[in-house]
Write a protein that binds this ligand. Structure first.
Ligand SMILES: NC(=O)c1ccc[n+]([C@@H]2O[C@H](COP(=O)([O-])OP(=O)(O)OC[C@H]3O[C@@H](n4cnc5c(N)ncnc54)[C@H](O)[C@@H]3O)[C@@H](O)[C@H]2O)c1
Length: 362
C-alpha cells in the first residue's frame, strides 16, 4: 500500500493507494464523531461493489444509507443534487454526518458538490473506482455539476477528508474507460520529468494489460504529481493550469464530435495537437516532439479526426471557460517537464495545426 499526504494549509488529507486495502483502511478512517454515513454511487458501481462496501462500513456500527444515480454525465445535475439534499434532510443528516462518493468522476464530482453545499458543508470522502477518478478527479477538491450543456459550470472547491484508491475495483472497468484514465496519465508524463516520461514509455504495454504492480505505481506517481501542483495552487490561480495540458484542443474535439468520442481519447488527440502547435511556435524541439508523438501515436482513434472543421474548433476553443478576453489561452510544451501557461498563439499557427491534424492523428 502507498500513502500520499495532500499538504493543504487549511485541510490536509491522506490518499491511500493499493490492492485489497479497503477493508482494512476504511473503518480506521471513519472518525468516531460521525453519526451516520451516506454512500452516493452510480447503479453500475453499486451493482458491482455496493455490497462489499456496505459490509465494510457496517463494521463501524454506524447507520449506513445509500443513494444511487444513473451512471453517466447526465447525473451531474441540479435534479440529482436536489434529490440527494432532500434525502439528507428527510433522514436527519447533519454536520456530524459523512458522505462517501463511491464511483467514477461523475459520482465524485456530484457527491463533493452535494457535501459542500448541504448545511454549508459536511465531511465527505472519495472512493474512486475508475482509473480517471483515481489519477485525476478524486485529487484536488474540484466538485461540480453541469448546466444547460455547459460542463462543470456550477461547482466549488471542497476537499475530502480522505481518499482510498482501491485498485482491485479496476478489474471490471471497460477498455474505453481505461483509456480515459490513460489520457491523464500520459499528460502527467509530459508535465513531470524525463525520468517519469521514460518510465511510462517503458511500461506502456504493462499499463494497457493492467499489471497490478505497474498500475499501483502509476496511480501513485500520478496522484503525487497532481497533489504537488494542487498544494502550490489549490484554486487554479496559476500553476494548476498546467493540468489543462492538451485539454483546450481535447474539449473542443469532444464537443465537435457531440461527445461520441471518449474524453481520454480526445485528451490524447489534444496532447498530440498541442505538441504540434508547440513545435510550430518554435518552443518544442523536433527531437522532443518525436519522443512525445511516438508515445502518443500508439493509440488509434475510433473516430475520424482527420478533417476537424477549423472554424468550428476555433469557436469551441474560444468558448472554453479557460479562454479569456476573446483569446484562446494554451498550455504549451517547451520540453518534457517544462510547460508555459496562458500562452497566446498567432491564429495562423493554430489554423495550420488544425489543417494538418490528419498527419498527426493517424
Ligand atoms: N473534479 C475533477 O478534478 C475532475 C477531473 C477530471 C474529470 N472530472 C469529471 O469526471 C467525470 C468523468 O469521470 P469518469 O471517467 O470516472 O466517468 P464515470 O464516472 O462516468 O465512470 C465511467 C463509467 O464507468 C463505470 N464504472 C465506474 N467504476 C467502475 C468499475 N470499477 N468497474 C466497472 N465500471 C465502472 C461507471 O458506472 C460509468 O459507466 C466527468 O464528469 C469529468 O467532468 C472531474
Amino acid at each position: 500500500m502507498k500513502k500520499i499526504e495532500v499538504e493543504l494549509k487549511e485541510k490536509p488529507y491522506p490518499i491511500f493507494i493499493g490492492k485489497n486495502i479497503i477493508s482494512q483502511i476504511l473503518p480506521k478512517q471513519i472518525s468516531q464523531k460521525y453519526s451516520k454515513i451516506l454512500i452516493i454511487s452510480d447503479k453500475n458501481v453499486a451493482g458491482l461493489y455496493g455490497n462489499e462496501l456496505n459490509i465494510i462500513l457496517k463494521k463501524t456500527r454506524k447507520p449506513v444509507y445509500s443513494i444511487n444515480v444513473a451512471s453517466g454525465e447526465n447525473s451531474k445535475s441540479y435534479l440529482q443534487v436536489e434529490r440527494i439534499h432532500k434525502f439528507l434532510l428527510k433522514n436527519n443528516f447533519n454536520r456530524d454526518s459523512l458522505i462517501v462518493g463511491f464511483g467514477g468522476g461523475v459520482v465524485g464530482d456530484l457527491a463533493g458538490f452535494v457535501a459542500s453545499t448541504y448545511m454549508r458543508g459536511v465531511d465527505f470522502c472519495q472512493i474512486p473506482t475508475t482509473l480517471l477518478a483515481m489519477v485525476d478527479s478524486s485529487v484536488g477538491g474540484k466538485t461540480g455539476i453541469n448546466l444547460s450543456g455547459s460542463k462543470n459550470i456550477i461547482g466549488s472547491f471542497y476537499q475530502p477528508v480522505f481518499v482510498i484508491a482501491e485498485t482491485s475495483f479496476l478489474k471490471t472497468l471497460e477498455e474505453d474507460e481505461w483509456i480515459c484514465g490513460l489520457g491523464e496519465i500520459l499528460k502527467y508524463s509530459i508535465i513531470a520529468t524525463t525520468g517519469y516520461f521514460n518510465f511510462v514509455k517503458r511500461n506502456i504495454k504493462k499499463i494497457l494489460v493492467r499489471d497490478d504492480k505497474i498500475v499501483e505505481r502509476i496511480v501513485f506517481e500520478s496522484v503525487k504529481i497532481k497533489a504537488a501542483v494542487v498544494k502550490l495552487d489549490e484554486k487554479e490561480a496559476g500553476l494548476r493550469k498546467i493540468l489543462n495540458l492538451g485539454h483546450t484542443f481535447g474539449h473542443a474535439i469532444e464537443s465537435i464530435l457531440n461527445y461520441k468520442i471518449k474524453h481520454g481519447a480526445a485528451v490524447i488527440a489534444g496532447l498530440l495537437l498541442i505538441a504540434d502547435l508547440s513545435k510550430r511556435v518554435g518552443m518544442l524541439q523536433e527531437k522532443d516532439f518525436v519522443q512525445i508523438s511516438n508515445l502518443l501515436q500508439g493509440f488509434t482513434f475510433n473516430h475520424s479526426l482527420k478533417k476537424l472543421s477549423t472554424d468550428g474548433m476555433l469557436n469551441l476553443m474560444l468558448k472554453d471557460k479557460k479562454s479569456r478576453n476573446d483569446k484562446i489561452k494554451f498550455v504549451l510544451i517547451k520540453k518534457i517537464g517544462y510547460l508555459v501557461i496562458d500562452a497566446d498563439v498567432n491564429e495562423i499557427l493554430i489554423i495550420e495545426t488544425l489543417q494538418n491534424a490528419g498527419d498527426i492523428l493517424k
